[in-house]
Design a protein around this ligand. Sequence first.
Ligand code: RB5
Length: 155
Amino acid sequence: MFMKIFIGADHAGFKLKEDIIKYLKTLKISFDDLGTSSDERVDYPDFAFKVAGAVAKNKNARGILICGTGTGMVIAANKVRGIRAALIYDDYTARMAREHNDANIACLRGRKFPVKKALKILKVWLKTSFSRELRHKQRLEKVSKYEEKFHACLP
Ligand code: RB5
């Protein structure tokens, strides 16, 4: 089970981040809010790297990142060594991201997406464990071996 959530968003994800924080409080899940703190325009990579760095350094942590589409956050977060960030947009992608990919960061879309749906799929992602099936472990090992070989250093 994970110990802590690090959460971050850009201006387009700010509102959903606030809704998710309220939801995490009702679930009594411990979290650190790494910003942004308003809907003033900012750059998503700054928050992706903060959250991804914190998750990479904390073995039992997980992350949640939100931008307009979720795509920018996925791209940026996956540049950080040890991060497996997944775009989740329905129950199936949320469950598979954990069962098959052991995704340690969930990226969500803040624009044109119902809050209720976002919270529902986030719940699936939070409660689902990695299957630990050999074929999935072997595939993830291939990814981390590649990362170890070509990535420069830890954040
Ligand atoms: C900001 O306008 C938007 O480009 C950003 O939130 C995100 O969707 C990028 O992927």
